[in-house]
Design a protein around this ligand. Structure first.
Ligand code: ATP
Ligand code: MG
Ligand code: FE
Length: 332
C-alpha cells in the first residue's frame, strides 16, 4: 500500500510517502519566520503551512518516484498541536482524499513520535518503554502495541524542550535554543555549575524550578562579572544539559525498575540531544537494556512518522470519515 503522510502540528510542514512500510520520501519545510519572535507565532505558522503544504506534498510524491494516482490512503496529524496549524494539514488531507476517493487515516502526533522507531531496523518489540521528549511534551509511555500506549508519567509544568528553549533565552541564544545548547555543551564542563534536581514523586517531571535556578545563577554571576555569559557559555550549557539529562534518565531508571521492561526508547525533538543519546547508551550498557535511539531526521517533527503510523492503521483498516476535526489536545 502507498500512504501519503501529512504533518502540520507546529512549525514544520512535512509530507512523506510510505510504500509497504518503507519510507520513500520525507520532505520537511521549516518556518524561519518565527526566529525573530523567539518562539512559534501560531497565526504566522498557519499561514506558512498554507503556503508550504502543496509544494511539500508535490515534492514528496516526486522524490518517491510515484504518481498521485498510486496513493492508496492519506494519513494526517489530527493532534495534539496548534489548532490553526492542524487545520491546514487536516483540510488538505481531507480534500485530497475526497478528490481521489481515498480512505483517510487520523494519526496522534505523540504516538507517531514513538512509532518513528518502526521506520527502520532494529525495531523494538512490544512492550517497550519510551521517553518522549519534545517541545510541548515530556512523557514516559509503556508501549504495549502500535496504538495501545499507557502514560506512566509526564511533566507537571514545562516540557524538556521548553526547558532547553527557555534556558537558551536566559543565555541570550536564539530560538530554538535546544540544538545550540547541545553544541556549546560539547566544549564545556558539566560539573562547572551546580543546578538542583527537583524531587518529584513517581514518574512525573518538573522543569520550571530548574529554569528559575538557572536564571538566578546567571543573574548572580553577572552582578559580579558582566561578561560572565560570554566567558562561560560552554560550561553553563554543559551544566544545564547534564542536569536536564540526569532528571530524564533517573526517571527512566525508575520506570524500568517499576515495570520490569528493559527495552527502552527515546523519541521527540529532544531525543536529538547528544547528552541524552550518550547517557541512554551508557545506562543501557550498564544495566543490560535494549536501547532504541532514533535517527536525527526522525527525532523532530516529520511526516515519515505520520506515514508509518498511518501504514499500521491502514493494515488494521482504521479509517475516519470526512467530518473528522483536528484536536489541539490528545492523549497518547
Ligand atoms: P510536540 O511534539 O510536543 O508537539 P514539537 O513538535 O514542537 O512539540 P519537536 O519538533 O518534537 O517538538 O521538538 C522540538 C524541540 O526539540 C525544541 O524544543 C528543540 O529545542 C528541541 N531540540 C531539538 N534538537 C535538540 C537538541 N540537540 N538538544 C536539545 N533539544 C533539542
Ligand atoms: Mg518545530
Ligand atoms: Fe513533535
Amino acid at each position: 500500500a502507498v500512504i501519503l503522510g501529512i504533518e502540520s502540528s507546529c512549525d514544520e510542514t512535512s509530507a512523506s510517502i510510505c510504500i509497504d512500510g518503507e519510507i520513500k520520501s520525507n520532505i520537511i519545510a521549516g518556518q524561519a519566520v518565527h526566529a525573530k519572535y523567539g518562539g512559534v507565532v501560531p497565526e504566522l505558522a498557519s499561514r506558512a503551512h498554507q503556503q508550504n503544504v502543496i509544494p511539500t506534498v508535490d515534492q514528496a510524491i516526486q522524490e518517491a518516484k510515484i504518481s498521485k494516482k498510486e496513493i492508496d490512503a492519506v494519513a494526517f496529524t489530527r493532534g495534539p498541536g496548534l489548532l490553526g496549524s492542524l487545520l491546514v494539514g487536516t483540510s488538505f488531507a481531507k480534500s485530497f482524499a475526497l478528490a481521489r476517493q481515498l480512505p483517510l487515516i487520523e494519526v496522534n502526533h505523540m504516538q507517531a513520535h514513538i512509532l518513528a522507531h518502526f521506520i527502520e531496523s532494529p525495531k523494538p518489540a512490544f512492550p517497550f518503554l519510551c521517553l518522549t521528549v519534545s517541545g510541548g511534551h515530556t512523557q514516559i509511555v509503556l508501549v504495549k502495541d502500535y496504538f495501545e500506549m499507557e502514560l506512566l508519567g509526564q511533566t507537571l509544568d514545562d516540557a524538556a524542550g521548553e526547558a532547553f528553549d527557555k534556558t537558551a533565552k536566559i543565555l541570550n541564544l536564539p530560538y530554538p535554543g535546544g540544538p545550540l545548547i547541545d553544541k556549546y555543551a560539547q566544549e564545556g564542563n558539566p560539573e562547572a555549575f551546580r543546578l538542583p534536581e527537583p524531587q518529584i514523586p513517581g514518574l512525573n517531571f518538573s522543569f520550571s524550578g530548574l529554569k528559575t535556578a538557572i536564571l538566578y545563577m546567571v543573574q548572580g554571576k553577572e552582578a559580579e562579572n558582566p561578561n560572565f555569559l560570554q566567558e562561560n557559555m560552554a560550561d553553563v550549557c554543559a551544566s544545564v544539559q547534564s542536569r536536564i539529562v540526569s532528571i530524564l534518565l533517573n526517571k527512566v531508571k525508575k520506570a524500568v525498575k517499576q515495570s520490569g521492561v528493559k527495552d527502552v526508547a527515546i523519541a521527540g525533538g529532544v531525543s536529538a540531544n547528544s547528552g541524552l543519546r550518550q547517557g541512554l547508551l551508557e545506562l543501557g550498557e550498564k544495566h543490560n537494556w535494549n536501547v532504541f535511539i532514533p535517527k536525527f531526521e526522525y527525532c523532530t517533527d516529520n511526516a515519515a512518522m505520520i506515514a508509518i503510523a498511518g501504514y499500521h492503521k491502514y493494515l488494521k483498516g482504521e479509517f475516519v470519515a470526512q467530518d473528522i476535526a483536528p484536536l489541539a489536545r490528545m492523549h497518547v
